[in-house]
Structures are given as structure tokens and as C-alpha cells.
Design a protein around this ligand. Structure first.
Ligand SMILES: Nc1ncnc2c1ncn2[C@@H]1O[C@H](COP(=O)(O)OP(=O)(O)OP(=O)(O)O)[C@@H](O)[C@H]1O
Ligand SMILES: [Mg+2]
Length: 346
């Protein structure tokens, strides 16, 4: 393919929003074989993301968010891993895709931004080379054109004085600037789906919002779908179309973002909501934390997995595992026998 055709194709793909399912995950299970038995890190997750839409995946540490994201991307390298179910990207089944097919997809359609920018950047390579290598690889352009494109990308992600930044090494940049560079690299291929796994956890609070705003702005400008993984419901509040709440490897609530915040059903989600720092609370006030610990994923409770920590648990909760139940609001499901009642209208 000529360089010009490659560039034209990319521009068309960025500017042509079209509707429809991009990602469909059905009953995905990811288990790790261990001496104690299988660790059921992802235990029957079903989700979907439409083109250009955003999904938040939220849950406490250890709930399976990263394993879920990596299972979808085919990025789990552990020898003791077993996956079953289905992951369809744009109609193509990824669970049995060859490593070469997966690499092609990561290079063009799918991209990922990780928590710590230092793990995705090469510490001994200048920023410019890391960016231009990505650009040249994806767009088949000359060195000069790649440099130009790298400058455009750095500008897109809000890095001032881009030309001189190209000469710098990652350690010469602040944490926020480094994360902007990794976002630029992720965007270089013009992905249709971006995974961001706790992209701001390692950053100062003041920088976190800037990076999240940048991701949101790029997601919209490029009509790119995005999955934003976080333990903090406050992060996904105004930035996603839909939210999935994970607990012990399972989806325990799924709802359009506005619905989740106004008509929460699952007591676990309610507890997460009450631990969002309030802007009006004194800055040193303690967050309400959820008492108790998440269950052992080798031997989870036979009833509701949240029951041992749930303030509303009844005997039925410890006996029977609740299925996902449909709420009265469209697109809203939850896994609870005794859901939080709707707020009384005033
Ligand atoms: N290679 C492995 N072998 C065995 N268990 C594993 C392996 N990798 C992950 N796990 C387990 O899978 C579970 C889910 O882990 P995961 O990293 O997905 O959690 P998380 O929700 O991303 O947490 P965090 O918010 O801390 O990033 C954890 O209990 C973890 O110990
Ligand atoms: Mg994680």
C-alpha cells in the first residue's frame, strides 16, 4: 500500500462514525490453575461495547478488572491460565485467534494504556523514537512524515513544545507528561477501541483529572470506543455511557451511568458510591470503607458472594446465589435478592 493511500484510509476511518456493536463478550471465564485449585478471577462475564461508546469497569482491588481487560485483549501470558466463553471483536472471535492475528489487531484496532507509564515506555529510548517507530509501523510512512505525525500526536495530547520533547528520555518528563506520551503512542495507530486500566492511579490528584479529560476528549474527537477500568466510581461518573460493577470475578450491576448513580440496586455498588470523596466534605475526612474482605476466589461463598459483608443480608442470601435480575429501568441489571429501594420522589 502506498504511503498516501495508507494515510487517506486512516483519515477516513477516524472521521466516519458508524453505529453498531464493536465488542461482544459472552460468559467469559478466566481461571488460573494453582495448587489450591482454580482461582476464578473472571467468572462468567457478559458485556458489550458499541462503536464510539464508553464503558466503565469498577470494583475493589482483586475483583478481576485487569484480568478481564487482559483476557479480552488476549494479553494474558501466564502458563496456568484457562479461558472459556466468547470474545468477539467486530464479529471476529478472539479467543481462538492466532498470535499473529492478535498482534495485527493490537497494532491497528486495539490499544491499551496502563497504570504506570514507566512500564509501557522504554527508559533508554528517546520519546521521539518511541513515537515515530509506532507511527511508521502503523502508517507505513517515511521518517520525516512520521516525525510530523508524532508532533501532531504530542500536540493532540497537550504536550507543549513538542519538538524539543522528542529529544527527551522518559525520566526527564513528569508522571503526567509521561502518561500523555503513552496515550499518544496508543493513539498512533488510530485504534477503534482503547482500554485504559487505572490510567491515573499513579499520578498526583491534580494531574488525574487532566489526564481523564484528555482521554475523554480524544475518545470523542476520534469516535473511538473506550473501556475505562478503575476502583473509583468518581472517575467514571461523568465520563462513561455505561458502567459495570465487578465483585469477586462477576458482574454484580450494570447500568447506564446516570441510572447507576440515581437508582443503584446492588448494596455493593451503594457502598462504593458512599466511598467517593465528596467535594463538600472536609479534605481530611475519612472515606467510608467497606468492612470485611472480598472472598477467596478459589472457594467463593455458595450464595451471594457479597453476603458476608452486606448490611442487608438475609438467610436466603447465604443459601442461594442470585442471578442477574433486570431492573425496571432499561439496560439496568443487578445481582441481589434484596436490592436497594428506589429513592422516594420528593
Ligand atoms: N497469574 C495468576 N495466578 C493466580 N491468580 C492470579 C493471577 N493473576 C491474577 N490473579 C488473581 O486474580 C484476581 C483478580 O486480579 P486483578 O488483577 O484482575 O484484580 P483488579 O480488580 O485489577 O485489582 P486492582 O484494582 O488491584 O488492579 C486476584 O485475586 C489475583 O490474585
Ligand atoms: Mg487491576
Amino acid at each position: 500500500m502506498s504511503a498516501r493511500r495508507a494515510r487517506t484510509r486512516r483519515i477516513v476511518s477516524l472521521r466516519e462514525p458508524y453505529e453498531g456493536r464493536l465488542l461482544e463478550v459472552d460468559d467469559l471465564r478466566t481461571h488460573f490453575r494453582t495448587a489450591r485449585g482454580p482461582v476464578r478471577a473472571v467468572d462468567g462475564v457478559t458485556l458489550s461495547v458499541d462503536r464510539g461508546r464508553t464503558l466503565g469497569i469498577v470494583g475493589e482491588s482483586g475483583s478481576g478488572k485487569t484480568v478481564l481487560a487482559r483476557s479480552i485483549m488476549g494479553l494474558l501470558t501466564a502458563r496456568n491460565v484457562e479461558r472459556s466463553g466468547s470474545v468477539r471483536y467486530d464479529g471476529q472471535e478472539l479467543l481462538d485467534a492466532s498470535p499473529a492475528d492478535l498482534r495485527r489487531l493490537w497494532g491497528t484496532e486495539l490499544a491499551m494504556v496502563f497504570q504506570d507509564p514507566m512500564t509501557s515506555l522504554n527508559p533508554v529510548m528517546r520519546i521521539g523514537r518511541q513515537l515515530t517507530e509506532g507511527v511508521r509501523h502503523h502508517l507505513h510512512v517515511t521518517k520525516a512524515e512520521a516525525r510530523q505525525q508524532a508532533l501532531v500526536l504530542l500536540n493532540d495530547v497537550g504536550i507543549p513544545d513538542a519538538a524539543s520533547r522528542l529529544q527527551q528520555y522518559p525520566h526527564e518528563l513528569s508522571g503526567g507528561m509521561r502518561q500523555r506520551v503513552t496515550i499518544a503512542i496508543a493513539l498512533a495507530s488510530g485504534p477503534k477501541l482503547l482500554f485504559a486500566d487505572e490510567p491515573t492511579t499513579a499520578l498526583d490528584v491534580t494531574v488525574q483529572a487532566q489526564i481523564l479529560d484528555l482521554l475523554q476528549q480524544q475518545q470523542r474527537n476520534r469516535f473511538m470506543a473506550m473501556i475505562l477500568v478503575t476502583h473509583d466510581l468518581g472517575v467514571v461518573a461523568g465520563r462513561t455511557d455505561e458502567i459495570i460493577v465487578m465483585y469477586a470475578g462477576q458482574v454484580v450491576e450494570r447500568a447506564p451511568t446516570g441510572t447507576l448513580f440515581t437508582k443503584v440496586k446492588m448494596p455493593y455498588t451503594e457502598a462504593l458510591l458512599s466511598s467517593i470523596p465528596s467535594l463538600t466534605a472536609p479534605s481530611h475526612s475519612r472515606l467510608r470503607v467497606i468492612g470485611g474482605r472480598p472472598p477467596d476466589l478459589v472457594d467463593p461463598p455458595q450464595g451471594c458472594r457479597f453476603a458476608p459483608r452486606c448490611p442487608y443480608a438475609q438467610p436466603k442470601c447465604t443459601d442461594d446465589a442470585p442471578p442477574l435480575i433486570e431492573a425496571s429501568t432499561p439496560g439496568h441489571v443487578y445481582r441481589c435478592w434484596f436490592p436497594v429501594p428506589d429513592p422516594v420522589p420528593r
